[in-house]
Design a protein around this ligand. Sequence first.
Ligand code: MN3
Length: 204
Amino acid sequence: MKKFVTPPLPYAYNALEPYIDEETMKIHHDKHHLAYTTNFNKALESHPELFEKSAEDILRDLASVPDDIKMAVKNHGGGHVHHSFFWEIMAPAGQGGQAEGELLQAINDAFGSLAKFKEEFTAAAMGVFGSGWAWLSVVDGKLVIEKTSNQDSPWSLGHQAILGIDVWEHSYYLKYQNRRAEFVENFFNVINWLKVAQNYQATK
Ligand code: MN3
């Protein structure tokens, strides 16, 4: 039977230093993400036909997931999909390129400027109460910033996330303790804009 696997990081654990530290990346990927994937698989064991779908498609059609596993799929399937996505939209500082071309145009159209986008995205990330994510998503062809709690998913809303930041404390606490603002500020140094641009093109 097919099972979902935790994809390896596309760079070394220490590749995002000094902005995101090696120890955090190890625990975040090897422990937290792995636990989501393991528990997602466990939840699906009683309904193995769901292994035929992609994890993203399962989240997109959460309504059709049987009630007895719906909550586990939402939490752990969400955790698995979100983290797989998150590793990809980051890159070592200086290697992720810049927002440019059509993506930059869309950001300017939606938010006025890249600086304004950064401001609004930061406010959203800071505004997540407790654990959750802030996202840059395409909704009805337009870029929007949104927040989700826990592992609730833009995929389940029919939205197409192109960038996201994990603001669960496990994402930053070792290095930044309670200073989420500093973590969010530093996250901008490791955004993989090349990947975000690909994600944006894929929504068309
Ligand atoms: Mn996380």
